[in-house]
Design a protein around this ligand. Structure first.
Ligand code: PGA
Ligand code: ZN
Length: 435
């Protein structure tokens, strides 16, 4: 009952081209737009870009658009799938048509756009919201849990122009009682942080990075955490927030050293063991609940030795690339205890759900994530609720493409509340899926 599959080139939040897909069924037209990362991992599915420097600096996606309209779309329509129940079959056909491990032939951007739009069409065909459709696809029927939003309020790394090597400093309102309260607390601290930064560094310092967080002229991680502590304290929320850091360290590892000076004029080299010690000192001093990609994607040894006695959530992003093959290696090596889930790292919704399932099976948690190049598509809000991931990151509580997800989560909370009760993951965010 799919009548048409169309695609078009549109822009993402960094102003780069991205793929929009429209799937038409008897129930209407269902749209999706795919995101794109900047600190991409080596093991991610590949987005096809035109490479024609005369257009968008080579970043155009007309080829991917063509692949949707002339290769993938017609093949899917030809199969006469039942969109209400055949998402896995549609995804599998697309993988088969592409034929590569990393979806580099037809493009993960083309494939994911169709997968997302078909999920929306499937939800409409079943007459349920997207989060309910995805919950059924993931094979659970347990109660919904609203996730703790991890707001990335200080941006560094390749997402900003300051000299801070670490990419993300997040605040997580674990002490809130609901999604709405969590968003309110995050927003209040964000606004207070702006004042703190302005007082300390002047008004030229309140510009923001790719994910809507501030990017003041600091380079030491403890300076960032002190700013956060200050803002949280001024709001009267001490003890109600936890911190999280994503250094995105694959960006500054040269195979031997981590260069925390990679954005300044002078290198600042750390051996892996020295970097581990830096993390341990930060964990001792601040209420940090989560570390993501503290080590590079191939530095297995550092991951494994750090994970052995790690008291906090250790999330693999570039390390795992939402790919079950990478998950299996990491599990064997006891390298991490949580998976970052980015739908465009793997390229189909079915495979993303499989990766989440495997993580849970390993006893890990799942942290759902946007990309630094986003759109106002709010798909991941529904996905997070569906798989009861207990936490997600969608940037700061600022910028349309970031707040689209938080606003959608508040809508979902209202909707579920109206039909019964809805719990908020809070302190137990790592275990939300087990309840
Ligand atoms: P990216 O960053 O979307 O630029 O890859 C997000 C992350 O590293 O978590
Ligand atoms: Zn990351």
């Amino acid at each position: 009952n799919i009548k048409a599959i169309n695609a078009a080139q549109r822009l993402d939040s960094r102003g780069n081209p991205t793929v929009q897909v429209r799937v038409t069924t008897d129930d209407g037209v269902f749209q999706a737009i795919v995101p794109s990362g900047a600190s991409k991992g080596d093991y991610e599915a590949v987005e096809v870009r035109d490479g024609d420097n005369a257009s968008f600096g080579g970043k155009g996606v007309e080829k991917a658009v063509h692949n949707v309209e002339h290769v993938l779309g017609p093949a899917i329509i030809n199969e006469k799938f039942d969109v209400a129940h055949d998402l896995a079959k549609i995804d599998s056909l697309m993988r088969h048509l592409d034929g590569t491990e990393d979806k580099s032939k037809l493009g993960a951007n083309a494939i994911l756009g169709i997968s997302m739009a078909c999920a929306r069409a499937g939800a409409a065909a079943q007459g349920v919201p997207l989060y309910e459709f995805l919950r059924r696809e993931s094979g659970t029927s347990s109660e919904y849990v609203m996730p703790v939003p991890f707001f990335n309020v200080l941006n560094g790394g390749v997402h900003s122009g300051n000299t801070m090597a670490f990419q993300e400093f997040m605040i997580a309102p674990v002490g809130a009682k609901s999604m709405a309260q969590a968003v309110r607390m995050g927003s209040e601290v964000y606004q207070e942080l702006k004042k703190v930064i302005k007082q300390k560094f002047g008004s030229a310092a309140i510009g923001i990075g790719d994910e809507g967080g501030f990017a003041p002229p600091i380079s030491e991680p403890h300076e960032a955490l002190d700013l956060l502590e200050d803002a949280i304290g001024r709001c009267g929320y001490l003890g109600q927030f936890k911190y999280a850091i994503d250094p995105a360290s694959s960006e500054f590892f040269n195979g031997k050293y981590y260069d925390l000076g990679f954005k300044s004029t002078k290198p600042h080299l750390y051996q892996p063991a020295e970097l581990s010690n830096l993390y341990k000192a930060l964990l001792d001093k601040y209420e940090i609940a989560l570390l993501e990609d503290p080590f590079a994607q191939d530095d297995w040894q550092s991951w494994s030795s750090f994970c052995t006695h790690c008291p906090v959530e250790l999330v693999g992003d570039d390390l795992l690339a939402t790919n079950v093959n990478r998950l299996k290696i990491a599990h064997e090596k006891k390298a991490c205890n949580s998976m970052l889930l980015k739908i465009n790292q793997i390229g189909t919704i079915t495979e993303a759900l499989e990766a989440a399932k495997m993580s849970y099976h390993f006893g890990w948690s799942v942290f759902v994530s946007h990309r630094s190049g986003e759109t106002t598509d709010d798909f991941i809000a529904d996905l997070t609720v569906a798989i009861r991931a207990g936490h997600l990151k969608s940037g700061s509580p600022c910028r349309g493409e970031r707040v689209a997800k938080y606003n959608r989560l508040m809508d979902i909370e209202d909707e579920i509340q109206a039909n019964g009760t809805c719990t908020y993951a809070g302190e137990g965010f790592r275990e939300a899926h087990r309840k």
